[in-house]
Design a binder for this molecule. Structure first.
Ligand code: ZN
Length: 333
């Protein structure tokens, strides 16, 4: 995990590390080398709300730092009202998985196990005040330069990356990493079912399509260096972006083939049907949730690209069929 100190005026920290003594000690050591103290930090910009990014904001404030916290507006509530239960999204994820075919008793067992696990460990972050909710295109000013906020949803709804134009530097948080491709989130948003949706689905943050769209947007930029939160510094931004796009396209194609195979036999395929075929050796009790979000994300992409069509079964489950409709010949692709 890397955090970045911007030695400008005001002294600014980009992400903070988890709320643990060793993370605090690491931060203090790094600051000592720079000749500053934790309490000198005036501003923290969070790339997103996850605990390894926001975890030490409360620590800094307890150390007497008069810091402002800046975070995208779509992640601000997750910072201000942080709790492990909220972070785990147990209830809302279960509702999502249930609607996509996962068995109720499996989901209930998982909810119980996750609650048991999180109550045995001190949280890796503490809720803390947000001073400035950010939006796409805003500038983070320093005395001699500025960072541009680019909303890059996917890994979380309010993930941002920060661009410095003169040097072509991009601080990417978990959006692009040196050692992995991030998972993306998917969860129901407040509000009633969309009346224009043919099968009456509730509004939802669809992380994978959002992630791929944010990658394509960054692909058009002329960046030279990527400073990620995990893995080393990267100097071939276009290649890193293409690798992340390819990583997910391979998975989307795999899901597409499985949907076609199951639908040929049974008429349609739910995300849960796909999960079981995709991961036959995994234990659903402990290894289902992140991968189920990935399958749902892949189905979202297939739907958006006209490659699969959602239906609702008699029992309310959402399932998919391959979409055999011809795309118009005049389409500009
Ligand atoms: Zn993260």
């Amino acid at each position: 995990m890397q955090v970045y100190v911007v030695e400008g005026d005001p002294l600014t920290l980009i992400d903070t590390g988890v709320r643990r003594d060793n993370a605090r000690a690491a931060l203090e050591r790094a600051f000592e080398e720079l000749g500053v103290e934790l309490s000198d930090v005036r501003r923290v910009v969070l790339t997103h709300y996850h605990t390894d990014h926001m975890g030490q904001v409360a620590t800094l404030r307890e150390a007497g730092a008069d810091v402002e916290v800046w975070v995208h507006e779509d992640d601000a509530e997750d910072v201000e009202f942080f709790s492990v239960e909220r972070e785990e999204r147990i209830e809302t994820s279960n509702a999502l998985f249930r609607e996509h075919g996962a068995p109720r008793d499996l989901l209930e067992r998982q909810a119980e196990r996750i609650r048991r696990e999180i109550h045995g460990v001190p949280p890796l972050a503490a809720p803390t005040r947000v001073d400035r909710p950010l939006r796409d295109g805003e500038r983070i000013p320093f005395k001699d330069f500025e960072l541009e906020v680019l909303h890059a949803p996917g890994h979380t709804a309010g993930h941002i990356v920060l661009a410095e134009e003169a040097t072509g530097t991009l601080l990417t948080g978990d959006h692009l990493m040196g050692n992995a491709v991030p998972f993306t989130e998917s969860f129901y948003l407040p509000g009633l079912p969309d009346p224009s949706d043919a099968i009456g689905r509730r509004p939802r943050f669809r992380g994978l399509p959002a992630y791929l769209a944010s990658l394509r947007r960054l692909r058009g930029g002329s960046f030279r260096t990527i400073l990620p939160a995990h893995g080393g510094i990267l100097d071939r931004p276009a290649r890193v972006i293409d690798e992340a796009l390819l990583f997910y396209e391979v998975r989307v194609q795999r899901v597409e083939r499985i949907v076609a195979r199951i639908a040929a036999e049974h008429g349609d395929a739910s995300a849960w049907d796909v999960w079981r075929e995709l991961f036959p050796k995994l234990d659903p009790d402990t290894q289902m949730r992140t991968r189920m979000v990935m399958v749902i994300g892949a189905l979202d992409v297939l739907e958006d690209e006209g490659r699969a069509r959602p239906i609702r079964r008699g029992d309310g489950t959402i399932a998919f069929r391959p979409d055999a409709r011809q795309r118009p010949l005049s389409s500009s692709r």
